[in-house]
Design a binder for this molecule. Structure first.
Ligand code: FES
Length: 330
């Protein structure tokens, strides 16, 4: 039998397109050389964390070059110049944080919930699937436990959207959801935000910014309820907001609907939690992602969600008499 070749260990393999079709200036070869300098010890053959580099005459898309593809994550970067190359090496290859703003393709994109997945994936090779969901180190140094966990993730993968809840008394519940909105818009997904207690005429900087990126934002409140002069009015506006939210949820027009400060409607007794849950279970499209924010999330909503985060206040400037600031709080 022919003896198998031996290979030095490595954690990542970087492919650099040196073709001139996607980059008439053919800068791929220069980038390849420069990457070697930037990698330092990560270039050394005996380093088990070595980054293996290869040039390739064409990656088969011939546009947007110079192009660099990083495996096992399957992340493809476009229009790579010297500055971006330095970021890719420093942030991604050395610190395991991909340069999100320069990625144009992810071989295994966890957000591609609409991809059809085989029902039974147990015969798929472990090392290639789900690679984008983990760091390269995790991808290479897999234990049996890691492999079983990944098989389990594949088995559970369906087109089902996720339900996230951001609750707790700390700052950041809405802000965290805005981060997910930005992420979704960056992936050309359709997003609706319904803000239940924000005044309908409010002009929040972050919402205006996201609206420019395509966010469908609706404010349905009259400001914070503890400053409301007419609680009946607050309640009816909030309940009207729930009707709007139901339309967004069932419309089929969105990949993500965010119900901001929605928990208060249940906490204040304006909506019955079980009625809300029953409605969601019956009407929310299976593939729709949903985020609910607000303090005191009812246990039933927590049980219904896939991911629940509780923000905890350790300290807040407001307690020291420092009022809310533009750009920090709103
Ligand atoms: S020449 Fe770069 S992808 Fe074809």
């Amino acid at each position: 039998m022919t003896k198998a070749p031996t290979m030095r260990p490595f954690t990542r393999h970087v492919l650099v397109c040196t073709g001139s079709s996607c980059d008439p200036d053919a800068r791929g070869q220069q980038l390849f050389s420069k990457m070697g300098d930037l990698l330092g010890d990560l270039r050394k053959l005996r380093n088990p964390c070595r980054v293996k580099r290869s040039t390739i005459p064409c990656l088969g898309i011939c546009t947007g070059g110079p192009i660099i593809a990083v495996y096992p994550e399957g992340i493809w970067y476009h229009h790579v110049d010297d500055a971006l190359l330095e970021r890719i090496v420093e942030e991604h290859l050395k610190n395991d944080t991909p340069v999100e703003d320069a990625i144009f393709y992810l071989t295994r994109d966890p957000m591609l919930a609409n991809c059809e997945q085989p029902e039974d994936t147990t015969t798929l090779p472990d090392e290639t699937d789900d690679a984008a969901t983990v760091t390269a180190t995790e991808g290479i140094q897999q234990t049996d436990e890691d492999r079983e966990k990944r098989r389990e993730i594949r088995r559970n993968r369906t087109k089902r959207g996720l339900v996230l809840v951001n609750t707790g008394d700390g700052k950041g519940k809405t802000t965290a959801s805005l981060g997910v909105i930005l992420r979704m818009l960056g992936r050309k997904k359709r997003v609706a935000l319904v803000q239940f207690l924000k005044h309908e005429s409010g002009q929040w900087g972050e919402i205006r910014g996201l609206a420019q990126l395509g966010l469908d934002a609706t404010k349905t409140g009259d400001g914070w309820t503890w400053t409301s002069k007419d609680l009946d009015e607050s309640q009816s506006k909030a309940l009207h907001g729930w009707e709007i939210a139901k339309e967004k949820i069932t419309s089929g027009d969105f990949d993500l609907v965010v119900l901001d400060e929605f928990t208060y409607l249940m906490d204040f007794g304006w909506l019955d939690t079980m009625e809300v849950l029953n409605w969601l279970e019956e009407h929310k499209p299976e593939e729709l992602n949903l985020i609910i924010t607000g303090r005191n999330a009812p246990q039933e909503i927590i049980d219904y969600a896939d991911t629940v985060t509780s923000m905890t206040k350790l300290k807040h400037a407001y307690d020291a008499g420092i009022p809310a600031r533009a750009g920090i709080e709103f």
